[in-house]
Design a protein around this ligand. Structure first.
Ligand SMILES: Nc1nc(=O)c2c([nH]1)NC[C@@H]1CN(c3ccc(C(=O)N[C@@H](CCC(=O)O)C(=O)O)cc3)C=[N+]21
Length: 287
């Protein structure tokens, strides 16, 4: 027996580049530059690369983008005051506060303070509610990026069995909503799911978003599945790995995203897409 041919590797970097190109072309036709403000409190290492990549991509596509760096000791009240000023600033279309925040700041209070019209992360309860009730709103960047990748990979979504591994507010839950809106049969599996491996094996579309390095093994993948790896984990050696054991999974999957170069670049491109969308919507243009 020879092993089956390895699956298609979904090039998230290339898909993100094309999306950013389309956004740049659109912005070039506008009489204004969409404004994005990223707020970073302290220097959580997970956010470092992200902030740098974001700044570079935003500037190249024609956004008016800036990162506001605050000291790790910043008080919650002072962060809320800054958010209020950004809410009121007409030049600002999108506000993103980097998570995680230092322990003295409650993330729920911060997210609730952001004007839902400028909430380009899509984390505010108003935007989560809009997604749950199928109203137009700002959709979280990572799940939105995953939908782009699934379509680019030619995955057949209607009627497909989709398993989302992870139930976070940021990825798992909104991901399940978007797959459901695309007519998938959706299962949300998580740390308390009985026989996780068997549940995953049934998936025609598997989205792994648990934040555990290489937890999903090759024998968890059904033949011909499309596998999207949302995890970005740094090993003690400094290497980036996903939530999926890539080499093992790739021989079974019809298509799979790598880490790095998969979902990560799409998250940034979708942040920019959301910022443009917010800018147009705030000015009364329909998108
Ligand atoms: N409010 C908020 N929203 C976020 O969306 C958010 C956040 N806070 N805090 C931090 C995490 C992390 N995150 C990443 C996005 C892209 C890459 C990315 O582009 N990664 C590259 C590789 C980068 C590298 O080489 O390290 C890739 O996967 O190919 C990484 C990490 C967004 N986050």
């Amino acid at each position: 027996m020879t092993s089956p041919p390895p699956g298609q590797i979904i090039d998230g970097k290339a898909v993100a580049e094309r999306l950013r190109g389309r956004l740049a072309a659109r912005i070039a036709t506008l009489p204004f530059r969409p404004g994005l403000r990223v707020v970073r409190v302290g220097d959580d290492p997970a956010s470092g690369v992200y902030v740098r990549n974001k700044d570079r991509a935003a500037a190249a596509a024609g956004f008016d983008s800036a990162t506001i760096q605050l000291p790790a000791e910043t008080r919650e009240a002072d962060l809320l005051t800054l958010i209020e000023a950004l809410n009121l600033d007409p030049a600002v279309d999108g506000i993103l506060v980097q998570l995680p925040l230092p322990p003295q700041i409650r993330p729920d209070m911060v997210i609730a303070a952001i004007d839902p019209a400028k909430d380009v992360d899509g984390f505010h309860a108003v935007n989560a509610g809009r997604l749950a009730t199928r109203q137009p709103g700002l959709v979280p960047c990572t799940p939105k990026g995953v939908m782009h990748l699934l379509r680019e990979a030619g995955a057949k979504l209607a009627g497909a069995r989709a398993v989302v591994l992870g139930r976070s507010m940021i990825v798992g839950r909104p991901m399940a909503q978007l797959l459901l809106d695309a007519d998938c049969t959706v299962t949300i599996a998580h740390s308390r799911t009985r026989d996780l491996a068997a549940e995953c094996r049934r998936a025609e579309i598997l989205v792994a978003a648990v934040g555990r390095p290489e937890m999903v093994r090759g024998d968890w993948i059904g033949d011909g599945a499309v596998v999207i790896d949302v995890g970005i984990n740094r090993t003690p050696q400094g290497r980036l790995v996903g939530d999926v054991a890539f080499a093992e999974a790739a021989v079974r999957a019809a298509a799979i995203t790598p880490v790095p170069g998969g979902v990560g670049p799409m998250t940034i491109a979708c942040l920019l897409e959301n910022t443009l969308e917010a800018a147009l919507r705030r000015r009364g243009a329909v998108t």
